[in-house]
Structures are given as C-alpha cells and as structure tokens.
Design a protein. Structure first.
Length: 109
C-alpha cells in the first residue's frame, strides 16, 4: 500500500436562467477534470486514473416546482502504466426534485 491522491476541478455554466424563449439557455452545462492515484501498488507501480466529465441539467416543472433531469458523461483511463490498464466511458442519469415548502412555518396546525 502507498499514499493515495485525488485532485479534481470543475464548474458549470448557466447562460440565462430567466429566459422564457429558449429551453437551452435555462439548462446547466457542467464540466470537470480529475486525477487520482490509487493506494494499491501492483508490480512496483501505483495505478493512476484520470478523465474528463461533462453533462447537463435540463429543467422541467414537476408539481409546480422547477426540477432538473441530469445527464453526465465521464471519459477516462484507469490503471495507466500497469497491467490492469483500461479506457472507460460512463453515462450517469439523475433527477433533482425541489420542494421549497419543507421549511415554511404553517399558520394553522
């Protein structure tokens, strides 16, 4: 076993969240890069993983609340420089349902 390391950076762009004319201007566009060193040592080499990520958060209305359908892609290389080297492509799907009534104080119980 050796020391492990994980470094990543990313962000998002949302062109115009108030746009009523363009669906694509209200969407989130997400991006990032990462580098990771595994703690395991295989044949005197420490496997590394690196890749890029990108995706989008597509807005929709659910029960009169703004929610998002999220899709993401991850492209990278795992185990670089070792016998277990592989290239990968990963697709992620997810949903964000917003409920802003949770913390509203009720007038009547």
């Amino acid at each position: 076993m050796g020391n492990s390391l994980h470094v990543s950076i990313g962000g998002f762009i949302r062109p115009n969240f108030k746009s009523y004319t363009s669906f694509w201007k209200r969407a989130f566009y997400k991006y990032g890069v990462y580098y990771r060193e595994d703690a395991r040592i295989i044949l005197d080499k420490q496997p590394t993983t690196y890749g890029v990520t990108f995706g989008a958060g597509l807005p929709f209305v659910f029960q009169r609340r703004l929610s998002h359908a999220n899709i993401g892609f991850d492209i990278g290389k795992k185990g670089s420089g070792t016998v277990i080297e592989e290239n990968f492509f990963k697709i992620n799907f997810g949903f964000t349902f917003n409920d802003d009534e949770w913390f509203i104080k009720r007038k009547y119980n």
